[in-house]
Design a protein around this ligand. Sequence first.
Ligand code: UGA
Length: 434
Amino acid sequence: MKIGVIGVGYVGLTLACLAEFGNNVLFVGRSADKINNLKKGILPVYEKGLSEIVKRNLEAQRIDATTDYEKMKETEIIFICVGTPSAEGGAIDLSQIKTVSERLGILLKNTGEHKTIVVKSTVVPGTTKDVVIPILEKYSGKKVGGDFSVCMNPEFLREGDGVYDFLHPDKVVIGGYDEKSSYKVIKLYSFYDSKIPRIVTNLNTAEMVKYAQNAALATRISFINEIANICEKFEVDAYEVSHAIGLDSRIGSKFLNAGPGFGGSCFPKDVKALVSIAKTFDVNSILLDAVLTVNKTQPHRMVGIAKSTLGSLNGKKIAVLGLAFKADTDDIREASSIPIINSLLKENAIIKVYDPQAMENSKKIFGKSVGYCTSKEDCIKDADLCMIITEWDEFRKLDLSAIKCPIIDGRRVLDPIKAEQYGLVYKGIGWKNN
Ligand code: UGA
């Protein structure tokens, strides 16, 4: 099939995988620089294995990229994958969705062929039906259903593991305006093993599934963080508790790691957007509000532990290991490192930072207020205290014999027994805080 993809962030780009199954994929983006780079196989984001897929399919002429919407006239299915950031007060900013819908409406007007428009961007329930479709109809002068089809097909990709998740989904959710709309997309995904459930729903349900899923995962994290905060008071190890409760098949073990809170471009934004849309309809989202509150306070717990370890932080040298919102990415959006470092700076601590990937992005946030190190060893050298904020693998291999200062490990990447053997003060959220 001939596929158009609007938006070249990690969600849009991961659709390059469709070319692996013989489809032709045309990427459309606003930035000429990004598009020209993409045509050379240089991607604007890092996703494991993706650049190889793009390069292979560029060579096979199954992938192309352009800034010209008109070129999408040749495609059958067009995916909308533009960003939906948080607006003021946490509501969703649909401006890019609206602009793209207008341009697609004009495209539909000027083409005689039946096209299927698929919203893949994360949008609050009601958006495809009440915002996208009316704009498409207005600008095309055509009717959804008869003249063109519309689907909502949420993604469940983890940043950094997008290719794996795309190729091995737990499920495929397809919300269709009508049966004809869903049929085309079901056919596109026929390369998936037949055992992978296809959930065919209406548009609003597909949108809600995405939010409910991210909200459920975020809730688990805030839940275990709250449990961890209580565990500390009884000298109970929250990681042991997580492990034990995770063995109950009704609970399961994933997303039960306590720490300085969830970050990234999805959980914080999506939970806020859900709370905000619920409020618009007079639904008081007590639980989700609490999830956000726990998450907001959690990074400051790291600072609290630092204070109880060193007393005043004034003039103290603190080594911060890990800035990205999670391992294997250079993304620091909403990362816990940001409130932690800002808070340490307020206490007049002297901060040195190191992250294997996120140094460049961090410089844009912290500027000259922190010192940037080229290695973990360089960062820890001479420090009064070391904080681990991101669970990078290379931090698991820290040479404990070379460390002289206390360590506050927000992700429990080290082995407490080993740390004790080296005589280290080793603390963290959910097991020992003073
Ligand atoms: C998340 C979801 O996992 C994806 O399924 C979804 O498609 C994506 O959002 C999205 O909406 O596009 P992502 O934001 O890439 O993916 O990152 P996660 O791996 O889910 O981690 C999110 C945050 O939760 C990180 O800051 C991580 O450190 C934190 N986390 C995760 C914990 O604090 N504890 C855990 O046990 C797990």
